[in-house]
Write a protein that binds this ligand. Structure first.
Ligand code: CMC
Length: 391
């Protein structure tokens, strides 16, 4: 079988060539299809970026209008999916509901990927982009015990999501452009991040030629973990705990340094970024802006700034090159927008969806082989079977 090198966590193993996202962890550079994240977050809409990631180029006006129109016409979710959804307990975590329902979509839209039938794949892509926000808001409505809302197709992508989240049969919700713009920016910043854990999962599952819904559903499950997308929920819970603990940031820093505590500073550190996370820089600035525009004074923001400062002055964090990552300040913005904590990772999933789709599509179009890592066996040597009554 030849010589096998083990690289736990794939720290130095490249799994593919990709033309989607460029990331330089030393310089803190992140580009989607050659466009800088700073430019895109400032100037583009989330759907424009989704188009760019999936099809490789920024859309012209006609291309964008067609793309947006297609998405608008698929935002409704099959009523039978609602019956599945209704079976979940009220306190189900929205990430579990989301991955289950995306997986269930494979039963409703079973046409398989066909290398020679672009329109079939195209329709799956549109359905995913169109329906994910609808499904996501359902899980929130359920937790509130409120009736679900249907999409309003006259609204843009972000406003439609906010309307489904927050309008009630007894009170219409007026979408505040400050809120919609902030959401747009956050979704763009999360849209792709090359071969991270959830994206690698999507590619690996898809490499067996499993359908796109199952592949994306697996990505959602991978994202849920607290070391990955789930960190954004953990960050706010940690900041809240510090606040309730009298604001003693040093205590938490000491705890994170103590390897026996099992505690990590959530929102700190990154596998690839070793000087700063460019997304975190943009989000930190946006958090300040959004809070001041909305007139919100969130004491947790102050705690976050204090914690960041103390960590960046601490030898432990400096020597290990641990900086705030994308998840450190994003939760503060989500909170200001009225999004509840257990929905933060769902927001990440909505943002990451175009990236997962683009990576799945690239993997299939490049006809990549099935993913199948090797191992080095360290278990028992060959031994004889012993009957149960003799064990
Ligand atoms: N708090 C305390 N110590 C840390 C932290 C942290 N947040 N992150 C890394 N370290 C230490 C780690 O213990 C190790 O120390 P030592 O060399 O003494 O053993 C060293 O720094 C290197 O860490 P690692 O775990 O080997 O690094 P990794 O590349 O395997 O892990 C990470 C990267 C992001 C999983 C990790 O930094 C972490 O757990 N951070 C907290 C969770 C988090 O914020 N995740 C979001 C990541 S960004 C968005 C996303 O991917 O979804």
């Amino acid at each position: 079988t030849g010589y096998i090198t083990i690289d736990a966590g794939y720290k130095n193993t490249g799994a593919t060539k990709s033309a989607i996202t460029f990331l330089d962890g030393e310089e803190g550079i992140l580009n989607y299809r050659g466009y800088s994240i700073e430019d895109l977050a400032e100037k583009a809409s989330f759907l424009e970026v989704a188009y760019l990631l999936i099809y490789g180029e920024l859309p012209n006006e006609k291309e964008f209008a067609d793309f947006e129109y297609e998405i608008r016409t698929h935002t409704l979710v099959n009523e039978d999916m609602r019956k599945i959804f209704e079976g979940f307990p009220v306190n189900a975590h929205p990430m579990g509901v989301l991955s289950s329902l995306v997986s269930a979509m494979s039963a409703f839209y079973p046409e398989t990927f066909d290398q020679n039938a672009d329109d079939v794949t195209q329709l799956h892509i549109i359905r995913l982009l169109a329906k994910l926000p609808t499904i996501a808001t359902w899980s929130y409505k359920k937790s509130q015990g409120h009736p679900v809302n249907y999409p309003k197709n006259g609204l843009d992508y972000c406003s439609n999501f906010l309307n489904m989240m927050f309008s009630l049969p007894v009170a219409d919700y007026d979408v505040d452009p400050v809120v919609a713009n902030a959401l747009n920016k956050l979704l763009i910043l999360h849209a792709d991040h090359e071969q991270n854990c959830s994206t690698s999962t999507v590619r690996l599952v898809g490499s067996s030629h499993a359908n796109i819904y199952s592949s994306i559903s697996s990505g959602i499950s991978a994202l849920w973990g607290p070391l990955h997308g789930g960190a954004n929920q953990e960050v706010i819970e940690m900041l809240e705990a510090i606040k309730n603990d009298g604001g003693d940031t040093q205590k938490y820093i000491d705890m994170a340094k103590d390897k026996t505590s099992g505690f990590r500073l959530f929102g700190f550190g990154h596998r690839v970024y070793k000087n700063f996370d460019p997304r975190a820089r943009i989000i930190k600035k946006a958090a300040d802006e959004v809070l001041s525009k909305l007139g919100i004074n969130d004491p947790v923001l102050e705690i976050a700034q204090k914690l960041e400062k103390a960590a960046l002055e601490d030898e432990y964090f400096v020597s290990r090159k641990l900086y705030p990552n994308v998840d450190f300040y994003s939760g503060i913005i989500y909170r200001a927008l009225g999004i509840p904590t257990n929905m933060f990772t769902v927001m990440f999933a909505i943002g990451r969806l175009p990236g997962w789709i683009a990576q799945w599509k690239e993997m299939r179009e490049n006809k990549e082989p099935i993913g199948r890592p090797r191992q080095v066996y360290v278990g028992a040597p060959k031994r004889d079977f012993v009957q149960m009554n003799e064990r």
